[in-house]
Ligand binder design. Sequence first.
Ligand code: FAD
Ligand code: SIN
Length: 529
Amino acid sequence: MPTYSYDFLVIGSGIAGLTFALKAAKHGRVAVVTKKESMEANTAYAQGGIAGVLEPENDSFEKHIEDTLDAGAGLCNREAVELVVREGPRLIQELIDLGVEFTRKNGKLDLGREGGHSENRIVHAKDATGREVQQALVNTVKSHPNVKVFEYHFAVDLLTEHHLDQEVCQGDDIHCFGAYVLDQKNNTVKRMLAKVTVLASGGAGEVYQHSTNPSIATGDGVAMGYRAKAHIANMEFIQFHPTSLNIYEADSFLISEALRGYGAILRNKDGEAFMAEYDDRKELAPRDIVARAIDDQLKQRGEESVYLDVTHLDAEQTKREFPNIYETCLRFGLDITQKQIPVVPAAHYVCGGISTDLDGQTSIQQLFACGETACTGIHGANRLASNSLLESLVFADQSAQKAIAMIDELGFEERIPEWDESGMVNTEEWVLISHNREELRKIMWNYVGIVRSNLRLERALRRINLLYEEVESFYDRTKLSVPLCELRNLISVAYLIVQSALKRKESRGLHYTTDYPNLEDTKNTIIRR
Ligand code: FAD
Ligand code: SIN
């Protein structure tokens, strides 16, 4: 069996993983493992853009910092916010240098506006920013001599002292030596050793029945980190995007907030523009407020959708500026320049994750986390629009700088055994996996959504515990497969969300519970196995 040893092992090929890989590749050999083709990542679906102070004559770092802190509802780490806001423009410029073509007007970057931003500061490539960024990163990484990309390779578990049969201590003296990775084409598990491992495996929208995320977003990084005893923070803060397309076949396609920045109005079925009842900023209030307002309208009126209206705006301009949204809706028989768009909230982004310091280091040594899988402190209780790609860039950069500085002092842990498959069989019960996945997603949608209560959370927890027992016993006797690993990870993530929500005895930002409707406690929620 060949040995796979790299200076840096990166799990995930989104903006965070690829940015880290490109920087680290200047100083050592990098492996990027990714569970599908390299382009498949939440990053590629991003629409609105990347927030950054790029016109200091009209905007300032202070304003972007204040907007971020305001959205975060008292729980952001100010140092992390300042770091991201100040370093952001340099890293956006690096993307432009790589060949990313952001939309320009009269030669200048065209800066858009989204909810919670006091200025126009979103760089974007029309309404398909992520595709443009992801393509440029994938092209550059694939042609780099120091980076080897392993597509269709699924990271199963992190390698730590646990795999040496050593008693893992209760303190923070755990080390990461790489990962076991399932090669999906050959159906074998590779032991991939690394001096530094980076979890850049993205979000977990798939844990909810309705989500704007692609189905790869199964929270694998958070689940692996949790199993390895990393500190997991603030998982109760799940962001529901207010406006996903509510046409059955459209599978929660996102209708970008940039459309509201452009002048779209939210209306109920009677045509009433309702946002002024909820917030002075109306359609441009932060996302938690808009999502709760929509939820309230739907419940009060017993209706299935609210409507986003751009019919009063210039049709040609709408088509020019939002070609992705225009054409996608048209495929479903809806011309958005003529008719209002039926929308509902859908799970969109996990603000919590593996807790890191300002260098992207987790509580496990030689393990970094960046991007959506990490909780760096910048988002607090609610993420400001278009701050996620920005955070991913900055924390991938911070992590790379720190990892490069330590790499010469580190070695490989050769004593880690190869994967042992003895005692594992193929079974006929695969249908259990898809049924359990659907059941879990429904439980989370029905009981752990925008408005929560102890009763609903406890009901969810009882059901998740049952699924956990069933799936763990199946996992112990069954040959590895991606659907089984993903299900196991989704169950862990669901458990972490519910446990974190039960621990927070207040309502703040994205966590709203009818049992504790007020603000009480400004602490982070930390869970460790
Ligand atoms: P991702 O881009 O999701 O990449 C994760 C990678 O890890 C993927 O390649 C995946 O295949 C891989 N992976 C996962 N698990 C494993 C495993 N076990 N083994 C191997 N590989 C694995 N944010 C903004 O700032 N602005 C926007 O305009 C914006 N729009 C959005 C629109 C949509 C529809 C969505 C879904 C999100 C949007 N976001 C936006 C959020 C933002 O896109 C994500 O938070 C960000 O792209 C996360 O980047 P990442 O590198 O952390 O993860
Ligand atoms: C959007 O375009 O509305 C998504 C922006 C984001 O998630 O930051």
